[in-house]
Design a protein around this ligand. Structure first.
Ligand code: TRP
Ligand code: ZN
Length: 463
């Protein structure tokens, strides 16, 4: 009896071992699906878990007449767990084929998630490459968490591409959350006569054949997906180098022809000046793009801020270029910390005004402080930006006021040293509000917690 049971148990164990061996390699028992979100509780399905992207190689062919995009995205990544499958973010568009390390992979779509199941599991820390072939008519995203329409926006002569906070998935499969930055190569093909402008620098002369022109751009510094652009259409261009030695690239829609030199020169002047205030410029080029899509707002696309339907004044250029340090080089890990981008860029506008002998930051601060107690800048604490109202005015204005209150508390010398140390310590990395408070305390030797609490976290006007 007893020995019979042992035989049965032995046989059962043998059968399960054999079944397992026949099915999948041994480590498969540990491999799990990567999470469908990167862990930002305010945006639960943005980004994905289980891997980090190192590089996006995006080949995009766009025809304005048909509004059709044909894309091949090759993504190099490293697993952060044993992976049986993983997700990419992609909305709309048809996926034709997915390969992992050259082998065809199964894939499914659900909402904005593309789930890829390679033919075998990917081990923790393994590097792998995913290639997604896709096409279709990209549609921009719309919701209240941003300033309206964003992502890949078709225009009369091309496309306006501005994707904050999560619109990259409208035009390429990605780990669409700022917590995962990567370098980018862009190969953009458009009808001859149009120009395609992406981030970083052109890697060579555009090539034309069969009525189409291909532009190759490379951003060799880490970049959040929302800062990627492939804006295309008719453009007037000016290229050169700023007096401070940084490459400058300006593009304006023909409707704004007369403003090309102004955009080029002001971008140069601002970039050079911020380099003296915030520390060395983090990227290999600066500039800007003015398109004729009337977004009514601007976005700090890395190396090439974009201005939607208007010629920016100095103050807006100062804002978008300050983001190259605060937002683009130093990137938030979660959207709650957005004041680290917008508060700093707003304060930069005030510093620019001061620099130009116009209103001082102190005068602007005082004007704002007079706003009625019911104003959103008092009722909405900027230190925890809310997902349904991410770009609330408070994140900008009271975020900027927080920095001014800090400047008054620690004095100019410590304050400006803090700005430089902050951007040097976290260059190309990620930051949190806690880290900024810690550094401010360390450099000033003061207990600044009550100040930050009142300015960032309380729903009322600080004294
Ligand atoms: N970050 C932009 C600014 O500098 C505002 C913005 C948020 C935006 N989402 C956008 C601009 C989408 C264009 C598209 O203030
Ligand atoms: Zn901004």
């Amino acid at each position: 009896m007893r020995s019979d049971r042992r035989v049965v148990a032995l046989l059962a164990a043998l059968v399960s071992v054999l079944a397992c061996a026949a099915d999948e390699p041994p480590q498969a028992a540990e491999a799990r699906a990567g999470a469908p979100g990167i862990g930002d509780t305010d945006f639960p399905t943005d980004g994905n878990g289980g891997y980090n992207v190192a590089h996006y190689d995006l080949a995009v062919d766009y025809t304005p007449a048909t509004k059709r995009l044909d894309g091949v995205a090759t993504i190099r990544a490293a697993a952060t767990q044993d992976l049986s499958s993983f997700n990419l973010d992609l909305t709309g568009l048809d996926v034709r084929r997915v390969t992992v390390d050259g082998s065809p992979a199964r894939f499914t779509r659900k909402g904005d998630e593309l789930t890829v199941t390679p033919d075998g599991p990917i081990g923790d820390k393994a590097r792998f490459s995913v290639k997604v072939s896709y096409s279709g008519l990209p549609k921009p995203a719309k919701d209240r968490a941003n300033l309206g329409t964003y992502g890949f926006i078709p225009t009369s002569d091309g496309a306006f591409v501005a994707s904050e906070p999560n619109g990259s998935k409208t035009w390429f499969p990605s780990n669409d959350h700022p917590a995962d930055k990567a370098t980018f190569d862009f190969t953009i093909t458009v009808p001859a006569g149009l120009t395609a402008v992406a981030n970083g620098e052109l890697t060579g002369q555009p090539t034309t054949s069969g009525g189409k022109t291909t532009y190759r751009w490379r951003e060799r510094h880490p970049m959040a997906t929302y800062l990627a652009t492939a804006t295309l259409g008719k453009f007037e261009l000016r290229q050169g180098t700023t007096p401070g030695g940084i490459r400058d690239f300006a593009a304006v829609d023909p409707r704004f022809k007369g403003s090309l030199d102004k955009l080029y020169k002001t971008s140069a002047e601002v970039t050079d000046y911020w380099s003296t205030v915030f520390g060395p410029y983090p990227f290999s080029s600066t500039g800007g793009v003015v398109d004729d899509y009337s977004a009514g707002y601007a976005l700090e696309n890395q190396t090439k801020p974009i201005y939607g339907g208007f010629v920016p004044d100095e103050s807006i250029i100062a804002h978008e270029l300050a983001h190259q340090w605060f937002g683009n080089s130093l990137t938030i890990k979660r959207w709650k910390d957005l004041w680290l981008n917008e508060g700093f860029a707003t304060y930069a506008e005030w510093l620019w005004s001061e620099h130009k002998g116009k209103k001082t930051a102190d005068a602007i601060f005082k004007e704002l402080h007079n706003r009625a107690a019911t104003d959103p800048i008092w009722t909405y604490p900027p230190g925890r930006a809310k997902p349904d109202d991410l770009f609330n005015q408070s994140v900008y204005a009271r975020g900027g006021m927080t920095l001014h209150a800090l400047r008054r508390a620690v004095g100019d010398e410590t304050f400006f040293k803090l700005l430089k140390t902050w951007s040097a310590d976290h260059r190309y990395g990620h930051v949190t509000t806690e880290q900024f408070i810690d550094l401010a305390q360390r450099l000033s030797g003061k207990d600044l917690r009550p100040l930050f609490d009142a300015w960032l976290f309380q729903p009322r006007r600080p004294a």
